[in-house]
Design a protein around this ligand. Structure first.
Ligand SMILES: Cc1ncc(COP(=O)(O)O)c(C=O)c1O
Length: 439
C-alpha cells in the first residue's frame, strides 16, 4: 500500500499536468478572443496550493489563514491583519467596529461619515446598514478620488469619520485627509480594495487610516477567488473586528485553537453579569456579529499570489504607461487620468472620460470597443444616489456632485491587468487608432 505522501505527490503532478494542458490550448485571436479588463492570474502553484489544502481537509480558517495574514501585514507594514470572505465584508466589519461599544469612543446612530457618491456600492452600504448618515462630497475630475479641498466644508458637529477610496488604485492625497482627521478628531477608513501595492509618499496605501480594507475578488491585484482583509495598527479595533467577523464572540482566540485554554489562557476566568461564573469566554458574545470568514483553502491561494504581487504590479504599471502614451495624442477628446505628485499607483484599470467637446460620445466609443472584443466597464456606480436601492437613503450632500455625475455620464475604464500582454496591448492600441481615425 502506498503511503500518503506518495499519493499526494502523484495528485500534485496530475494537477500540474492539467494546468499545463489547459495553458497549451490558450490562444489569443485578435478580434475573436476577449481582452478582459481584469481576471485571475495564476499558474500550477496556486492550483497545487489549493489542492494540497483540500487534501489536508482542515477547511475552515486555520493555519493558512494565519500565514496569509502574517505575510500580508508584514508586506504592507501594518500591525494587524484579519482575513474575511470579501472586500465588502471588510468594509462592513470596519464601519461596524467603529460603532461597537467595545471601543472607547464609538460612532453613534445618526452620526455622520464623509465619503464620495462615486465609489463601490459596498463602500457606502455599511454606513447606511449601521444607521449612520453618509455625507457626500464630490470627486476630482481626473484622479477620480475624493476632492480633499471639500472635506472641511462638509464637516458638521455630527461628523465622526471619513471613508476614502483609492479609486482604481490611484492614491488619495493622504496628507490632507490625515491632517483634517487629526484636526477634527475623526476616524479614517481607507478602502484599498483597488489599490494593493499602491503607495503615497513612499508608504503603502492602507497604512494611513485607522482601518483599511482590501478585496481579493479575481478582478483585484491578487485573488483567492472571493476574499478580503482588514489592516489596522490598533489592537482595540483589531480585536473588535475579529469579534464582529466571528459571530460577535468576546474571545479573540482562533477557531479550532488547540490550547484548551485558548491563546488568551483565560477562557474560564471571566465573570460577566448575568452569566454563570467562569462561563467559557470563547462563547460569550460581546457584539452583535456576523460570520464572514473565508476558507483556509482560499488563503492557501492567497499565499501563492502574494509571492507574485510585485511582478503583477510591474505589468500593471507598464500597461498603464503604454496606454497613457497612446491616449496622449487623443487628449483633445479624452480627459486622461492623473495622480497626485506623491502617488505611485499600482493601477487597477485605465480610466477615461470623454470630453464634452469630443465628436463622439461614451456610447459610441465603448460600443466600438466591445464590438472589437475589448472589455469596458463603467467606473463603478457613477453616482450611487442615482441607483434604485440608494435613491431614498438618509444622507447629506455637501456642495455639488458635478464630477461625480460626469463619471456617471461620460467615464469608463479599460484593463491594465497582467493578463494583457504585449500582443493584446498592441491590438487594443490598433483598435483605438482605427476608431480615432474616423473622428
Ligand atoms: C473600491 C472597492 N471597494 C469594495 C469592493 C468590494 O470588494 P468585494 O468584491 O471583494 O466584495 C470593491 C470590489 O471590486 C471595490 O472595487
Amino acid at each position: 500500500m502506498k503511503d500518503e505522501s506518495k499519493l499526494r505527490e502523484e495528485i500534485i503532478l496530475r494537477v500540474e499536468e492539467i494546468y499545463k494542458l489547459r495553458k497549451s490550448k490558450e490562444k489569443f485571436i485578435p478580434g475573436q478572443s476577449r481582452v478582459h479588463y481584469s481576471g485571475r492570474i495564476f499558474d500550477e502553484k496556486e492550483m497545487i496550493a489549493m489542492v494540497d489544502s483540500v487534501l489536508d481537509f482542515w477547511l475552515t480558517l486555520g493555519q493558512k489563514g494565519k500565514e496569509f495574514c502574517d505575510t500580508f501585514k508584514e508586506y504592507i507594514g501594518s500591525k494587524n491583519c484579519l482575513v474575511l470572505n470579501s472586500g465588502s465584508s471588510a468594509n462592513l466589519v470596519s464601519v461596524s467596529s467603529l460603532c461597537s461599544h467595545n471601543i472607547k469612543n464609538p460612532i453613534k446612530k445618526d452620526e455622520e461619515i464623509i465619503t464620495t457618491a462615486m465609489s463601490f456600492p459596498t463602500t457606502v452600504a455599511p454606513i447606511v446598514q449601521n444607521g449612520l448618515i453618509p455625507v457626500f462630497v464630490d470627486i476630482e475630475e481626473n484622479t477620480y478620488n475624493i476632492d480633499t479641498s471639500q472635506i472641511e466644508n462638509a464637516i458638521s458637529d455630527k461628523t465622526r469619520a471619513i471613508i476614502v477610496t483609492h479609486m482604481l488604485g490611484n492614491p488619495v492625497n493622504m496628507d490632507k485627509v490625515i491632517e483634517i482627521a487629526k484636526k477634527y478628531n475623526l476616524y479614517v477608513i481607507e478602502d484599498t480594495c483597488d489599490a494593493l501595492d499602491s503607495k503615497y509618499d513612499g508608504k503603502f496605501c492602507g497604512t494611513f487610516g485607522d482601518l483599511s480594507t482590501f478585496s481579493f475578488y479575481p478582478a483585484h491585484h491578487i485573488t483567492m477567488g472571493e476574499g478580503g482583509a482588514i489592516c489596522t495598527n490598533s489592537t482595540e479595533l483589531y480585536r473588535t473586528a475579529v469579534s464582529l467577523r466571528d459571530w460577535g464572540r468576546a474571545c479573540y482566540c482562533q477557531t479550532g485553537e488547540l490550547n484548551p485554554n485558548g491563546a488568551c489562557n483565560h477562557r474560564f476566568d471571566f465573570k460577566f453579569e448575568g452569566l454563570p461564573d467562569g462561563f467559557d469566554h470563547k462563547y460569550v458574545h460581546s457584539n452583535i456579529g456576523y460570520n464572514l470568514k473565508p476558507l483556509d483553502i482560499q488563503c492557501a491561494m492567497g499565499i501563492e499570489q502574494m509571492k507574485k504581487l510585485q511582478s503583477f504590479t510591474e505589468r500593471r504599471k507598464h500597461n498603464f504607461n503604454m496606454l497613457f502614451k497612446h491616449f496622449k495624442k487623443y487628449e483633445s477628446s479624452f480627459i486622461l487620468p492623473k495622480s497626485h505628485e506623491k502617488a505611485d499607483a499600482a493601477w487597477f484599470a485605465f480610466p477615461l472620460t470623454i470630453k464634452e467637446t469630443a465628436n463622439f460620445n461614451k456610447k459610441d466609443f465603448v460600443t466600438y470597443l466591445e464590438k472589437n472584443m475589448i472589455e469596458t466597464r463603467s467606473i463603478f456606480v457613477g453616482n450611487i444616489l442615482k441607483h434604485p436601492g440608494y435613491k431614498n437613503i438618509n444622507c447629506r450632500i455637501s456642495g455639488s456632485l458635478k464630477y461625480t455625475d460626469q463619471v456617471l455620464d461620460r467615464a469608463f475604464f479599460i484593463g491594465v491587468y497582467p493578463g494583457i500582454d504585449d500582443e493584446k496591448l498592441q491590438y487594443m492600441m490598433e483598435c483605438i487608432d482605427n476608431f480615432m481615425n474616423k473622428y
